[in-house]
Design a protein around this ligand. Structure first.
Ligand code: DX5
Ligand code: ZN
Length: 216
């Protein structure tokens, strides 16, 4: 299977959202990455249900919804109803992560778990068989356009080993600072999916940049 590219809507032009959604529909991108920020888990606020519903109306590819939200259990069903196909919660935001992951799967969608740069992949060893996607943050969450943290590479290698040892089917997705200079190295380390915000949307030809990121 070729790797997955998930352009991040956070870097799109919100005044021309439909245009940018159509660009992704017509590109080689695989998923829409949709960042929800609550102003508490991260020092920023992005958007919520009405915007996700609007994206869903036009998107022809799965919505990969990344919740940077405290106590996400309050809203799981609403995100599923808004159109999430993959719903990712943060390890650091969930006291009963096992319960949360199974609540997401009970809604009939895929469950993701995100880890901040300081969180060891080893904390996922006892739940990795239940997870569909591990979202490894390669910046501190909250903003697009930040610098990639190099320590991510060895986290990917270690996580790949945990997934193999536990015979898990979890995908490894990398989020933050992915660009043309590091994407190959991330794939070589063992990443399955790459989020790209700034790299795609600040380029002269976003659709071509997505095609370039899809190259092996
Ligand atoms: C950061 C978000 C990312 C962000 C990535 O908190 O989770 O998804 O949009 O943007 P870039 O690719 O610009 O670092
Ligand atoms: Zn994200």
């Amino acid at each position: 299977m070729s790797h997955i590219i998930a352009p991040s809507i956070l870097s799109a032009d919100f005044a021309n959202l439909q245009r940018d959604i159509e660009m992704i529909n017509n590109s080689q991108a695989d998923w829409f990455h949709v960042d929800v920020m609550d102003g508490a888990f991260v020092p920023n606020i992005s958007f919520g249900f009405p915007v996700i519903k609007a994206i869903k109306k036009h998107a022809k590819k799965p919505l990969d919804v990344h919740l940077m939200v405290v106590k996400p259990d309050r809203f799981l069903q609403q995100f599923q109803e808004a159109g999430a196909d993959i719903l990712t919660v943060h390890y650091e935001a969930c006291i009963h992560l096992h319960r949360t992951v199974h609540a997401i799967k009970a809604l009939g969608i895929k469950a993701g778990v995100a880890i901040n740069p300081h969180t060891s992949v080893n904390f996922l060893a006892d739940i990795i068989e239940d997870i569909d996607v591990v979202l490894v943050m390669s910046v501190n969450p909250g903003f697009g356009g930040q610098k990639f943290i190099d320590n991510t590479y060895h986290k990917i290698v270690n996580l790949r080993e945990i997934i193999r040892a536990k015979k898990s089917n979890a995908l490894i997705e990398i989020d933050g600072g992915v660009d043309m200079n590091n994407y190959t190295k991330l794939l070589e380390a063992g990443a399955d999916a790459l989020v790209a915000g700034n790299t795609v949307f600040s380029s002269a030809n976003p659709s071509q940049t997505i095609a370039d990121l899809k190259k092996e």
